[in-house]
Design a protein around this ligand. Structure first.
Ligand code: HEM
Length: 128
C-alpha cells in the first residue's frame, strides 16, 4: 500500500484525515460523530479513555496496555486536548496510521471555534 507523508497545518491535517476516514469506511459527512470538550472530559480513566488530537477524538481504552509509551502516559491525557503531548513525542508514521483505528469522531465545530489554535504549528499527516 502506498503511503504519502505531508506536512500540513493542524486544521488541514485534521480535515484530510477525516476525509480519508470517511472514504475508507464509506461514512457520510452526517455520520461522522462530533463531541464537545465536556463530553470528551468524561472519558478520563482506564474504564473509558478518550484523547483529543488535532481535533480528532480517539477512544484509546483498548489500546492502553498496548501503547509502547505505556498506559500511564495515555491516561495522563485521557479526557483532554493531547495534540501537543502527542506531537512532542514525534510519533512515527506507523503510530499515526495506527491511531486512525481508534478514531471515533471529531471535536464539535462550536468547540473548535472556542479552542485556541497553536500558532503556525504543523503536523505530520499519513494518507493511504
Ligand atoms: C491514539 C493515540 C496514540 C497512538 C496510536 C500512539 C502510538 C504510539 C506508538 C506506536 C509508539 C511507538 C513509537 C512510535 O511508533 O512512534 C508510541 C510511543 C510513545 N507514545 Fe504514543 N500514541 C498515542 C498517543 C500518545 C499520547 C497522547 C502521548 C502523550 C504524551 C503519547 C506518548 C508516547 C510516548 C512517551 C512514547 C514512547 C516514546 C519512546 O519511548 O521513544 N502517545 N505511541
Amino acid at each position: 500500500m502506498k503511503k504519502h507523508l505531508l506536512l500540513l497545518s493542524d486544521s488541514d491535517c485534521s480535515r484530510f484525515r477525516s476525509d480519508r476516514l470517511k472514504e475508507n469506511s464509506n461514512m457520510s459527512e452526517e455520520k461522522m460523530k462530533t463531541f464537545t470538550l465536556k463530553e470528551i472530559a468524561e472519558h478520563s480513566n482506564s474504564d473509558s479513555a478518550w484523547v483529543l488530537i488535532n481535533d480528532g477524538v480517539y477512544d484509546v481504552t483498548k489500546f492502553l496496555d498496548e501503547h509502547p509509551g505505556g498506559p500511564e502516559t495515555l491516561l495522563d491525557w485521557a479526557g483532554k486536548e493531547a495534540t501537543e503531548a502527542f506531537e512532542d513525542v514525534a510519533h512515527s508514521v506507523d503510530a499515526r496510521t495506527l491511531m486512525e483505528n481508534y478514531k471515533i469522531g471529531e471535536l464539535s465545530e462550536e468547540d473548535q471555534k472556542e479552542k485556541p489554535k497553536a500558532n503556525g504549528s504543523s503536523s505530520w499527516c499519513v494518507l493511504q
